[in-house]
Design a binder for this molecule. Structure first.
Ligand SMILES: [Zn+2]
Length: 390
């Protein structure tokens, strides 16, 4: 059950807040929805006590890639399911809305959610209306720079970038021209591009080479689906990173997991990681069709990265400090600050053996599970919704 309280203390948890170099047992007092104090053994007085002993406390977790327009096609999911219902306080929609739907998104999704909902506006006017297998960028009239600009300027508070499907299926006869137009638009609006790679939906079209896509990306732009096994991914035929991928990473292009139904493959992940390329953001690519597996939620996706060799502190850093940086929101998200609105996740780490599953039903052994306990936004403490995890 969710609880509202104007005065509570989270007691005895291990706070891991990489952005402020905190890793230790701290209490956190929340008064009137704001972080009032962080310290060892705070007085609780008449405050409600949330016992976090043996739990991990983190800045509110951030899931940087999902599909959150509930009712839209086969994918749109209520943001609070992968959000506060999964121990996560910020979720980001990746391109459900083009410019014509952005106000609908704002009014019906962001403004109605208990979770903070941010948005990557789709370069294509169609956004997610037609489903992912359709050529949404193949007609040049489906990119309207002036209208996108208007929509962005009216919604800067929720817009964090521009989403592009860089697949042969989506680009069609336009080839790379939409990327060129996105580049100009991103520069003019000072917004990063979030680029989907991997031919996961349209297998009958020639794929786009990732090296050609990366030519259009700059520092701060994001490639999502870094571990895709589908054509158009980061590896060449011998399992080596394309040289352009290393160059892009060195120039500051960011890499996101984007698990989803199709795009987390453990064999690919191991090859990519063994060559030293690490994710900047961890995301579920959550939607209606993958909540019941293989994705489940962000904590489970983080635990899969642990099964691939990352430490708990590293995956928490990805889902807090690094995610905030990737969104250009480090000044407000990703770390706990006294005086700011409370935005906190509480997690339980279970030491047990389980089989982590990828998008192709491949498995690897995992030894720790991450379970959400609470998500806290301001003066409300949210309990997770049920999900059948592996
Ligand atoms: Zn997606």
């Amino acid at each position: 059950m969710n609880r509202q309280s104007t005065h509570f203390v989270i007691k005895g948890g291990r706070l891991i807040d990489p952005a402020s170099n905190r890793d230790g047992v701290f209490d956190i007092r929340v008064r009137n929805g704001k972080v009032d104090a962080i310290g060892a053994s705070l007085e609780s007085g008449n405050a409600i006590v949330i016992d976090a002993k043996d739990h991990i406390v983190t800045p509110g977790l951030i899931d940087v890639h999902l599909h959150l327009m509930k009712g839209l096609g086969a994918f749109g999911v209520d943001p609070d399911i992968f959000g506060v219902g999964s121990g996560v306080t910020t979720v980001v929609d990746a391109g459900s809305a083009g410019h014509t739907l952005l106000n609908v998104f704002r009014n019906y999704v962001t403004d109605n959610a208990k979770t903070r909902v941010l948005n990557y506006i789709n370069l294509s006017t169609l956004g997610g209306v037609s489903g992912p297998g359709y050529s949404i960028l193949a007609d040049p009239r489906l990119i309207d720079e002036a209208k996108i600009e208007q929509a962005v300027e009216a919604n800067r508070d929720i817009i964090v970038g521009i989403k592009i499907m860089a697949t042969g299926g989506a680009l069609g006869a336009q080839g790379l021209k939409p990327l060129e137009r996105a580049r100009r638009l991103g520069d003019r609006l000072k917004l990063p591009l979030l680029v989907h790679i991997g031919e996961s939906w349209t297998k009958d079209t020639a794929s786009v080479h990732v090296g050609d896509v990366l030519k259009y990306l700059r520092a701060g732009d994001i490639v999502t689906h870094m571990f895709t096994v589908h054509p158009g991914g980061l590896l060449d035929g011998n399992g080596k990173l394309w040289p352009q991928v290393r160059d892009a990473k060195e120039s500051g292009v960011l890499m996101d997991v984007g698990h989803g139904l199709h795009n987390l493959n453990f064999d690919v992940a191991r090859k990519v990681l063994d060559q030293g390329l690490h994710p900047d953001g961890v995301s579920t690519d959550g939607h209606r069709g993958n909540r019941a597996g293989p994705v489940y939620d962000l904590p489970t996706t983080m635990a899969k990265l642990m099964a691939l060799g990352f430490s708990l502190n590293q995956v928490i850093e990805m889902a807090t400090a690094n995610a905030a940086k990737l969104l250009g929101r480090s000044n407000e998200l990703g770390t706990l600050r006294v005086g700011e609105s409370a935005d906190i996740s509480i997690l339980k780490i279970e030491d047990r053996d389980w089989q982590a599953i990828d998008s192709q039903k491949g498995t690897i052994p995992a030894h720790q599970a991450i379970l959400p306990v609470y998500a806290i936004r301001a003066d409300v403490i949210y309990e997770p919704l049920p999900v059948e995890r592996p």
